[in-house]
Design a binder for this molecule. Structure first.
Ligand SMILES: Nc1ncnc2c1ncn2[C@@H]1O[C@H](COP(=O)(O)OP(=O)(O)OP(=O)(O)O)[C@@H](O)[C@H]1O
Ligand SMILES: [Mg+2]
Length: 357
């Protein structure tokens, strides 16, 4: 049986500023299992931080309830929630040693004999032996590890991370996201994670909550939201997607047939409702499209631009009135089509999906 560590029921947060009401979080419902890492992903201002701040207790919801392991926490003060919070600017105390930085919370909590705990926490983040150093003697990535050690040493019931890697350079970000995920799994700690980097969300999460304008658009595993987005917004936000407007001409069980901007017909799966004559959005990932020499009866497209990027060729293509992208895997002996050339578009049918919004 899975245990629910955290639940948000109808949680709404309204901010009032200059007599204007802003719904930063709009009726969010979510259950997080013990040991799960759930990521909030969405554009700037969609309510990710506000959601985390309500879970932490820095903000009180305008409506709804927040429970930890079945216990109502909605109005419980921050320091009684047993939460660890890692922020974007992880600001260590510069005048304290690494040891004292990590020990700080334990001392404040009145604990004694914590030397082993501090050493263990530093070892867990790969920083054994740095106890006597000062923050300015460590790299950015190492400092972020100290920030992590400082939180996990407290053995929090819930770990909240708000864009913890955004101050690091691209390479270190990729390395640290793997490290964070390994550590989170090893400790079995329940974690809420915020990012607006979709690659980070896909790699660290058990489940992703895609948000837009305060609302939850979709919740699912990384593969679910990537393969079965429920809206064009989600399809476009997670990975790259061609969004092609089509017209429905036939309905079948779990599938529809619609006409592309070129007039060609394509049958593909859908989980949504349509009527004949409706507009349907065909989602086609660039990696699921290839191009070939044009043959009569195929879907015609024209090459606008081609970019050789090593393992694949990125094509920009004109499809009727729509511009789409195709990333065709590269082989040394393959033909690379040139600008202006007329080609046949071949889409991997299994991967195509029709959406109604
Ligand atoms: N204390 C506040 N008072 C008034 N408005 C606020 C307050 N905090 C947040 N907001 C507004 O609520 C909305 C959601 O903000 P939030 O910080 O949750 O977004 P976010 O998804 O974390 O964005 P980002 O990716 O930029 O960090 C924004 O429009 C923001 O301006
Ligand atoms: Mg934020």
């Amino acid at each position: 049986m899975s245990e629910i560590a955290l639940s948000l029921k109808n949680v709404t947060k309204v901010f009032v500023k200059d007599n204007m009401q802003l719904k930063a979080v709009d009726n969010t419902n979510l259950e997080v299992e013990k040991g799960e890492l759930v990521t909030f992903l969405g554009p700037s201002g969609c309510g990710k931080t506000t959601t985390l701040r309500m879970v932490a207790g820095f903000e009180i919801p305008s409506e709804g309830t927040i429970t930890f392991a079945g216990k109502d926490m909605t109005n419980v003060p921050v320091n009684q929630r047993g939460i660890g919070f890692v922020f974007q600017n992880y600001a260590l105390f510069p005048h304290m040693t690494i040891y004292n930085n990590v020990a700080y919370g334990l001392k404040a909590r009145g604990e004694k004999n914590f030397t082993e705990k501090v050493k263990n926490a530093l070892a867990l983040v790969g920083l054994a032996g740095t106890e006597d150093k000062y923050p300015n003697e460590l790299s950015g990535g190492e400092q972020q590890r100290v920030a992590l050690a400082r939180v996990i040493v407290m053995d929090p019931a819930l770990l909240l991370m708000d864009e913890p890697l955004s101050n690091l350079d691209a390479k270190l970000r990729i390395h640290m996201r793997t490290e964070i995920r390994k550590l989170q799994k090893k400790l079995g700690i329940t974690c809420l994670y915020v990012t607006h980097d979709q690659a980070e969300a896909l790699t660290v999460s058990d489940r992703i909550v895609v948000m837009s304008r305060g609302k939850v658009e979709q919740v699912g595993s990384p593969r679910e939201v990537y393969n079965n987005p429920n809206s064009a917004f989600v399809a476009d936000f997670i990975g790259q997607a061609n969004i092609i407007k089509c017209k429905v001409i036939e309905l079948k069980e779990g599938r529809i047939t619609a006409t592309l901007p070129t007039g060609n017909e394509i049958t593909a799966r859908t989980e949504q409702e349509f009527k004949v004559g409706d507009e349907a959005i065909l989602v086609a990932r660039p990696e699921n499209i290839i191009i070939e020499d044009f043959k009569e009866g195929d879907i015609p497209a024209q090459v606008i631009n081609s970019l050789f990027v090593g393992n694949h060729v990125e094509y920009e293509l004109q499809l009727g009135d729509t511009v789409i992208n195709a990333n065709v895997p590269h082989k040394p002996d393959m033909k690379i089509f040139t600008d202006g050339e007329k080609v046949s578009l071949v889409m991997d049918k299994k991967t195509l999906l029709y959406l109604n919004h």
